[in-house]
Design a protein around this ligand. Structure first.
Ligand SMILES: [Zn+2]
Length: 338
C-alpha cells in the first residue's frame, strides 16, 4: 500500500498534506464514469472536514495520519485509507488488470470509483473489464446486514430449505435488483424447483450435441444478456414441459443446462427440519420417542428379529404417511423419499 501511494505521489496523482496523503481527483478526468456522475455534481456534495488540508474537496485519502494506531510510513505514523488496500491487494494477487470485479451496489461510489482512479493511475492500464454490482437482499424492505442483525446465513437457511430451492430463489431475480427475502418467496421457489426437478426422466443421451439445439441457444442468449437468469430459468421450464410430454431429448438438455446454474437432479432428500418432523411423526404414532432415523431403524430391526411384525408394520405405515420408505439390503437398512 505504501509503495502504491509513493508511486501515485511520484506521478503527480497524489500529494502529502500534514501527514495525510490525498488523491488528486481532477488529475483523472474519467473520475465519476463508473457511477455515471459528472464531476460538477460530485463537487457540490463534497466537503473538507475540519483539520483536513485537501487541495480540493473531491480529493480522497490514500493515507491518514494516526499517531495512536498507525504504522510507520514516509509521511509519518498513519494508516492506509480504506480504498487503497483493495487496489494494492488486487494488483499483488490478481495482476494489473482483472476481468471481473464484483461487489454490492452500495460500493460503486465512492469505493469502486476510487479503486479505479488509484489503480489506473498507478499502473497505467485498465483496471477492470467488467463490473458486476449486485442488489441487496432485503427483509421487510430493510437491507440484510451484519450491523442490523437481521441476517440469515446459508447454513441456517439450509436447515429449512434445500440448496436447489435457495439457488432457484436467487436466480429468479436479476442479480442487479434487490431481492426481498420472505418465507412465502422461498416456498414458491420450492414449488418451482420441485416442478423442474420432477420432470419426467429419461436416460441421458450422451451423443446429443446440445449446442445445436434451440433451447441451448435461447439459454446462452439469456445468460449473455447481462446474466438474465430468470429468462434462462424460463428455458428450463419449457424443457420441463417438453420432457413431461415425452419429447425424447428434452430431459438430456434440461439436465445439462440446469447444471450450468448449479441444479442437480439427484434423488430428492429432506432438510434437517423435515427429517426431524418425520421422525417425530413416527414417534407420536408409536408412542415412543425416537431421536433420529437411525434409532428408529435400529428399533425396527429389534422388533423384526423378535418376530414382532406388528411393530415393524406400524413403523412402515407411519413412515408412509410422511412419504418415506425403508430399503433393506445386505448392507443394512436405509431410507429414501418415495
Ligand atoms: Zn474494495
Amino acid at each position: 500500500m505504501i509503495g502504491m501511494v509513493k508511486d501515485l505521489i511520484n506521478k503527480g496523482y497524489a500529494y502529502e498534506a500534514d501527514g495525510d496523503v490525498y488523491f488528486r481527483v481532477k488529475k483523472f478526468p474519467q473520475y465519476g464514469s463508473l457511477s455515471k456522475q459528472p464531476i460538477d455534481q460530485l463537487e457540490s456534495g463534497a466537503r473538507i472536514e475540519v483539520g483536513e488540508h485537501k487541495e480540493d474537496p473531491l480529493d480522497f485519502a490514500l493515507w491518514k495520519k494516526d499517531e495512536k494506531f498507525g504504522y510507520k510510513s514516509p509521511w509519518g505514523v498513519g494508516r492506509p485509507g480504506w480504498h487503497i488496500e483493495c487496489s494494492a491487494m488486487s494488483r499483488k494477487y490478481l495482476g494489473k488488470t482483472i476481468d471481473i470485479h464484483a461487489g454490492g451496489a452500495d460500493l460503486i461510489f465512492p469505493h469502486h470509483e476510487n479503486e479505479i482512479a488509484q489503480s489506473e493511475c498507478a499502473n497505467g492500464c485498465k483496471f477492470v473489464n467488467y463490473w458486476l454490482h449486485n442488489g441487496f437482499v432485503t427483509i421487510n424492505k430493510e437491507k440484510m446486514s451484519k450491523s442490523l442483525g437481521n441476517f440469515l446465513t446459508i447454513d441456517e437457511l439450509l436447515k429449512k430449505y434445500d440448496s436447489n430451492t435457495i439457488r432457484f430463489f436467487i436466480l429468479t431475480n436479476h442479480y442487479r435488483m434487490p431481492v426481498e427475502f420472505s418465507d412465502e418467496a422461498l416456498s414458491s421457489a420450492q414449488a418451482g424447483v420441485k416442478r423442474m426437478l420432477n420432470a419426467k426422466r429419461t436416460k441421458i443421451n450422451e451423443d446429443l450435441d446440445i449446442t445445436k439445439t434451440d433451447e441451448y441457444k435461447s439459454f446462452v442468449d439469456a445468460m449473455d444478456d447481462d446474466l438474465n437468469t430468470s429468462k434462462a430459468l424460463a428455458v428450463l421450464f419449457e424443457l420441463t414441459n417438453k420432457a413431461n410430454k415425452d419429447d425424447k431429448d428434452a430431459f438430456t438438455i434440461l439436465c445439462k443446462l440446469a447444471s450450468v446454474l448449479g441444479f442437480t437432479f439427484e434423488k430428492p432428500t429432506l432438510t434437517e427440519d423435515e427429517l426431524k418432523n418425520a421422525v417425530k411423526h413416527v414417534s407420536d404414532k408409536l408412542g415412543k420417542d425416537f431421536n433420529s432415523m437411525e434409532e428408529l431403524i435400529a428399533y425396527r430391526k429389534e422388533a423384526r428379529d423378535a418376530k414382532n411384525w406388528d411393530i415393524a408394520d406400524k413403523i412402515r405405515v407411519a413412515l408412509d404417511e410422511v412419504n418415506i420408505v425403508l430399503k433393506d439390503s445386505k448392507e443394512g437398512t436405509s431410507w429414501e423419499i418415495k
